[in-house]
Design a protein around this ligand. Structure first.
Ligand code: GUN
Ligand code: ZN
Length: 458
C-alpha cells in the first residue's frame, strides 16, 4: 500500500466508462455519497473506496471533508484561445467577419510582450475560476507571448498544451510568418516547454485558409522533430470558410485532407468545430484517431451551425468540449455542456439525447482522452492524478437549493450543468495541489503547504 498524505471525504461523481457506448442510458456514470480518496504527496490517487475503509487504511493521513459540495474531476477544455480573453461577447457576426473585426486586431496587440504577459494572467485566471484544470490552448502568433502563457500556466500548475500559431497568408501582415521561421520558433519553444512538468507543445497552424502547403509541411517537420507533440487547428466551421479552403486546395479531397495530406492527423490531434463535415471526412478523422473539439457556444454565437454529434459518434470520431474563448461566450465548460444539450435536443431525430452523465463525460474523461491524457486525468480512479473541483454554491442560490433537494445523483448533476458558474467552483486541485479556493486563484509555487488544508472551511 502506498502512503497517502490526504484522504478526501466527498460526495463524488465521475464517468470512468463511456456513456456513448449506449446512448439510451448512462452506464459510465459513477457516484458515491461518502467516498474516500487517498492522495499521495505527488498528487496520485492511491486508494479509492468507501470513506471508512480508506480512512482506516491510511490512519496517518489528514482527512478533509468536502461533503458540503460535489466533487468532480477537473474540467477539460480542448479548444480555447489565449489571446482572445478581451474579445469575448462580440455577437452578431459570422466567422470571417468576426476574425477580421474582433479577433485578429486584438491578437496583433500580443506582439508587445508586456501586454501578452497581462493577457496570460487574465487567461490563466479565467481557466482556473471556471474549474478547467487541463486545456489545449490556441497560443499566439508571437513566440514571446507563447512563452508568457507557458510561464503563467506553470506558475499555477495547470495542465496546458499549447504552441505558436502559424500562418503565411490572408491574415494581417503582423500575424504572418514564413515556414522557415515558423519551424525554428516552434522548435525553440518546444525545447523550452514540451514535457516540462504539466506542459506540452501543440503544433498549431491557424487553419488551412491561412496556411499554405509549404507552411503545413513545416508543421509536419516540427511534429517529426518533436516526436510526441500534439497537433491542433480548425476545420469545417463555416460554409464560407469551407468554400474558400476548397478553392485554395484544388488537389485535396476535402478540408480534412489538407491536414491529412501532410500526416498531421493522429491520436494526439484535435480539430476544432467540424460543424459541416462530409462522411468521407468523418471516416478520415475516425481512421486517424483525430478528436474533434465541439464548441457549442461559439457555434451558436457565430451562427456557424448545428454540430452533427450523432454523425461523429456513429462514425467513431472522438468528441470532447471546447469553450472556444473568445468566439465562445466564456470559460465555463458547464455552459458548453448545457449548450450542447440544448442544441442536440433541438436537432430532434438528428441530435443526441444527452443526459447529465454524457455532459460530465464530454467535460472531463472525453477531453482527457482527446488530449492523450486518459491515463493521467479525466476521472477519479485509483492511479490517476488528483485533478478535481468542488462545486459548492453559495447558500441560498438556486443551485444550493436545487442540490439540497435533488432526488438522485443524476438529478443533482443536471442541476450543476443547468446552474453552475464560476461562483460555484469553490475549490480547484491539480495534481493534488490546490490552485484555487473560495474564488481566489493562487500560484502553487508561492503557497505554503500548510495552507493547502486550511482554506476548505472544515
Ligand atoms: N478559425 C481560424 N481562427 C479562428 C478563431 O480564432 N476562432 C474560431 N472560432 N475559428 C477560427
Ligand atoms: Zn478556435
Amino acid at each position: 500500500m502506498t502512503s497517502a498524505e490526504v484522504v478526501y471525504r466527498a460526495r463524488a461523481y465521475d464517468t470512468p466508462g463511456d456513456p456513448f457506448a449506449d446512448d439510451a442510458v448512462a452506464p459510465g456514470f459513477r457516484y458515491d455519497d461518502d467516498l474516500g480518496l487517498a492522495v499521495s504527496g505527488d498528487g496520485v490517487i492511491v486508494a479509492r473506496g468507501p470513506f471508512a475503509t480508506v480512512a482506516a487504511a491510511h490512519p496517518d493521513a489528514v482527512v478533509l471533508d468536502l461533503r458540503a459540495g460535489i466533487l468532480l474531476p477537473g474540467l477539460v477544455d480542448t479548444h480555447v484561445h489565449f489571446p482572445q480573453v478581451r474579445v469575448i461577447g462580440a455577437l452578431g457576426m459570422p466567422l470571417l467577419e468576426w476574425l477580421e473585426r474582433c479577433a485578429l486586431p486584438e491578437e496583433q496587440h500580443l506582439a508587445d510582450p508586456a501586454y501578452a504577459a497581462t493577457i496570460a494572467g487574465e487567461f490563466v485566471a479565467g481557466l482556473i475560476a471556471a474549474g478547467t484544470t487541463t486545456s489545449l490552448v490556441f497560443g499566439s502568433h508571437f513566440a514571446p507571448a507563447v512563452d508568457a502563457l507557458f510561464a503563467e500556466a506553470e506558475r499555477y500548475g495547470l495542465r496546458v498544451t499549447s504552441g505558436l500559431v502559424v500562418s503565411d497568408r490572408v491574415l494581417p501582415a503582423p500575424l504572418l510568418t514564413t515556414p522557415e521561421r515558423a519551424h525554428a520558433e516552434a522548435l525553440d519553444l518546444a525545447t523550452r516547454w514540451h514535457g516540462r512538468g504539466r506542459l506540452r507543445y501543440a503544433v498549431t497552424p491557424r487553419f488551412s485558409l491561412s496556411a499554405s502547403d509549404p507552411m503545413l509541411a513545416a508543421c509536419a517537420a516540427v511534429m517529426a522533430d518533436i516526436g510526441d507533440a500534439c497537433f491542433t487547428s480548425h476545420v469545417n466551421e463555416n460554409p464560407a470558410e469551407v468554400a474558400t479552403v476548397s478553392g485554395q486546395f484544388p488537389d485535396r479531397a476535402h478540408y480534412v485532407d489538407t491536414y491529412d495530406h501532410h500526416g498531421l492527423l493522429g491520436p494526439l490531434s484535435v480539430l476544432a468545430h467540424d460543424v459541416h463535415p462530409t462522411d468521407a471526412e468523418l471516416s478520415v478523422l475516425a481512421a486517424t484517431g483525430t478528436a474533434v473539439a465541439y464548441c457549442p457556444t461559439s457555434n451558436s454565437a457565430l451562427g456557424s451551425g448545428m454540430f452533427p454529434l450523432r454523425r461523429h459518434v456513429t462514425a467513431g470520431v472522438r468528441v470532447a468540449l471546447g469553450s472556444d474563448v473568445g468566439a465562445g461566450t466564456g470559460f465555463s465548460i458547464f455552459k458548453e455542456g448545457l449548450q450542447a444539450y440544448f442544441l442536440q435536443h433541438l436537432l430532434g431525430g438528428e441530435g443526441m439525447r444527452l443526459t447529465a452523465a454524457h455532459l460530465l463525460h464530454l467535460s472531463t474523461a472525453a477531453g482527457a482522452a482527446a488530449l492523450g491524457l486518459a491515463d493521467t486525468v479525466g476521472d477519479l480512479s485509483e492511479g490517476k492524478q488528483f485533478d478535481a473541483i468542488l462545486v459548492r454554491p453559495p447558500a441560498g442560490t438556486s443551485l444550493d437549493i436545487g442540490l439540497r433537494h435533488a432526488d438522485s445523483p443524476e438529478g443533482a448533476l443536471g442541476k450543476v450543468f443547468a446552474l453552475a458558474g464560476d461562483a460555484d467552483v469553490a475549490e480547484v486541485w491539480v495534481g493534488g495541489e490546490q490552485v484555487a479556493s473560495g474564488g481566489f486563484v493562487r500560484p502553487v509555487s508561492r503557497r505554503p503547504s500548510s495552507e493547502a488544508t486550511s482554506c476548505l472551511g472544515h
